[in-house]
Design a protein around this ligand. Structure first.
Ligand code: AQP
Length: 329
């Protein structure tokens, strides 16, 4: 029998969710909730580490809630909530900033280096500090497993380090969490540059397929996707990363195994492969968007309110212990 675990994961509403977010994160969540205690958040305070338009942000929070529901997350089984409605997250982040995190930890974070680039002095302090808020998100719920894409593994490692340091000083307050990264699809790459991951806030909309993209547009993006030199279809991420990425997407959204796809496309060229992949993506998006459209804003709001109540109850108890341990109560 499988052991029941507490699982926390979230997505920040910093752009329109992509098939990368779906394959690397959300698609695993629905499976996990069958036999675990799951908490899935829309981590809106992470999104404001870079500038957001308030009207668009408000819309995206509801759309992501609907995406969670359309992907099969069941609010009767799992907690779905909006991070900013549960103030314990920012309170604990502050405590962990002071007790458990060093500047050197954050300076090592590759996502910060990637995002800030050579403008490190000009980005917000929040962008630098966001892994600590993420640690607070995870640690508040006694989380054991955090399902994430490869890019977020380092942040979960940091949450572990912070929790261990805190526990050493103040006693066994936090459970030490583990990152769970799925092997295939852990890192879906950009369609225009296979050396970069597919990201929802990428400046080029051709680099990603959004879950709510117009279907004809999504097909065009697949047809235009960059490919490597060579003409045959084989899976070689080191030598032919663009094709390997397209095979990963095909396998994940078409529910096929990569070796099987390679066999089926033996002797066929890129043209036929991409045309078929475009159809697989179109079918997946069509089915997904049909489910999405059936969920109203009012339904999404009700789910968020129910989730807020449950999350507030859990975090209130946890925060009382933490405040007492550090001596502010
Ligand atoms: N390309 C990807 N392949 C696999 N998994 C991915 N994830 C994101 N991109 C890919 C996973 O989706 C979850 C959402 O993470 P997030 O929104 O909190 O942050 P992120 O990793 O920074 O996602 P994006 O899409 O790249 O957002 P932007 O562009 O705004 O920074 C995580 O589990 C992540 O691993």
């Amino acid at each position: 029998m499988k052991q029941v675990k507490t699982i926390f994961s979230g997505i920040k509403p910093s752009g329109d969710l992509t098939i990368g977010n779906y394959i690397g994160a959300i698609s695993q969540w629905a499976e996990m909730q069958a036999y675990n205690n799951c908490i899935f958040s829309i981590v809106d305070y992470h999104a404001i580490t870079v500038k957001q338009d308030p009207t668009i942000l408000r819309r995206r929070i509801l759309d992501i809630t609907k995406i969670y529901l359309a992907a099969g997350i069941d609010p009767q089984k799992s907690i779905i909530f909006q991070q900013s409605t549960v103030p314990a997250h920012t309170e604990l982040a502050w405590i962990l900033n002071c007790l458990g995190t060093y500047m050197a930890d954050l300076k090592k974070m590759t996502q910060f280096k990637d995002k800030a680039g050579d403008r490190q002095d000009a980005v917000s302090v929040g962008l630098f500090d966001y892994p600590v808020l993420m640690a607070a998100d995870i640690l508040l719920y006694d989380t054991q497993s955090v399902p994430v894409g490869e890019d977020q593994k380092q942040h979960v490692e940091l949450a572990r380090d912070i929790a261990k340091r805190f526990n050493n000083e103040y006693g066994p307050i936090f459970v030490i969490p583990e990152a769970v990264v799925r092997k295939e699809g852990a890192r879906v790459m950009s369609l225009t540059d296979p050396s970069k991951k597919m990201a929802k806030s990428d400046d080029s909309a051709n680099s990603y397929i959004a879950l709510l993209d117009d279907i004809e547009l999504a097909k065009k993006k697949i047809i235009k996707a960059v490919t490597d030199s060579g003409t045959d279809i084989d899976y070689d991420p080191a030598e032919r990363p663009a094709l390997a990425n397209l095979l990963t997407i095909y396998a994940a959204l078409g529910n096929r195994q990569i070796p099987r796809l390679v066999k089926d496309y033996a002797g066929k060229g890129y043209g036929e492969f991409k045309k078929d992949l475009a159809e697989v993506v179109a079918k997946f998006l069509g089915d997904f968007q049909d489910k999405f459209k059936q969920i109203s804003d009012a339904d999404a709001q009700a789910v968020l309110e129910q989730g807020r109540e449950k999350a507030a109850e859990i975090t209130q108890v946890k925060m009382e212990k933490i405040r007492a341990a550090i001596g502010v109560r």
